[in-house]
Design a binder for this molecule. Structure first.
Ligand code: AMP
Ligand code: MG
Length: 316
């Protein structure tokens, strides 16, 4: 059931979490599917609802430093600097895990991925539940992430106890993930640009490319994908005959001759383009098109996260 985030509904949602249920809620990145991160049975319901393989660890969401202390063993100095600058916000840190976090949540890893979301509904839900929330994106595994409550309703409606509707999410792409090991390493491009992180930490290691044995599912070659085949190509490479039959996801300008076109940002803003990315793909995917073509986006700032998602969506 989709409900507005009134105090009564937030209380009801918190109660569902405390009793081991599932609540979908808005964050500033995408909608999350939350359960009590300290309860393995509750977390197991997330894997079941998403059809998510158990080798895919979950991000744990906290509302304050006290909760953070409960789920990690220690906070390295570099993590401290990142938290000061980017928390609350769309940055996930991978830190040494506390024994209290069930192995299912971290897929047996010695580390746990943690984030403090900035969205007021997410914060209020965690605070009222009084528990850290394990919460991956609220979509079936591998499919497009949800940026609206109705996306969650359509994809997972029957499998979630409650969906809190907070309107469209602000960033529209997932959090950036940084592993705080000997050298800080970016594991997934996301809503915090690598350039911003590098202003705080200096040069960062990048391990975002697809690998044979994925470290994190954000690194699986195919992920975030619509059902319709998707290809990346500038309009100039698509013959007019083909244009009539396919959809186009354009960055800034409307190219001629396509069956349908979605423009990500008429002003050419990467922030706006990221915010509209999954929504536009959800819309195009529902049209039963032969294929979706997507325009390459400049790979700076949030453009890296956008291209990362498009590449994975297109890797069949
Ligand atoms: P999602 O919430 O669906 O966007 O997925 C969360 C992402 O965080 C997944 O790709 C996980 O693999 C990654 N993640 C969670 N925990 C860890 C960890 N301990 N080490 C590395 N990556 C992690
Ligand atoms: Mg996901």
């Amino acid at each position: 059931m989709v409900v507005p985030p009134t105090p009564e509904n937030l209380e009801r949602a918190a109660q569902i979490i405390r009793s081991g249920g599932l609540v979908a809620f808005p964050t500033e990145t995408v909608y999350g599917l939350g359960a009590n991160a300290l309860d393995a049975r509750a977390a197991a319901r997330i894997f079941e609802a998403k059809q998510r393989p158990s080798f895919d660890p979950l991000i744990v969401h906290v509302a304050d430093r006290g909760m953070l202390q409960k789920v990690v063993q220690e906070v390295p100095a570099l993590a401290e600097r990142l938290m000061e600058r980017f928390w609350p916000g769309p940055l996930t840190l991978v830190l040494p895990r506390s024994e209290r976090v069930p192995g299912l949540v971290t897929s047996g890893l010695p580390t746990v991925a943690v984030r403090m979301p900035a969205h007021p509904v997410a914060q209020e839900l965690i605070r009222r539940a009084g528990l850290p929330l394990a919460a991956p994106s609220a979509n079936p595994f591998g499919y497009l992430s949800p940026t609206r409550a109705e996306h969650v309703e359509r994809m997972l409606g029957g499998r979630v106890d409650l969906i809190l509707d907070g309107g469209r999410t602000e960033f529209g792409v997932e959090s950036t993930i940084v592993l705080l090991a000997e050298k800080p390493t970016v594991l997934r491009y996301g809503a915090v640009a690598v350039e911003e992180l590098e202003r705080v930490l200096g040069r960062l290691e990048l391990q975002v490319g697809a690998r044979e044995k994925p470290l994190v599912p954000g690194q699986l070659p195919q992920h975030y994908a619509p059902h319709t085949p998707i290809r990346i190509a500038p309009p100039s490479e698509i013959p007019l005959g083909l244009r009539k039959r396919v959809g186009y996801l354009a960055f800034q300008e409307v190219p001629k001759g396509f069956k349908v076109v979605k423009v990500l940002s008429p002003t050419g803003s990467l922030l706006e383009a990221a915010a509209h990315l999954f929504e536009a793909l959800h819309q195009l995917d529902r049209l039963g098109l032969e294929a979706i073509y997507a325009e390459p986006i400049p790979e700076v700032g949030l453009g890296r996260a956008i291209m990362d998602r498009l590449r994975r969506a297109s890797s069949a």
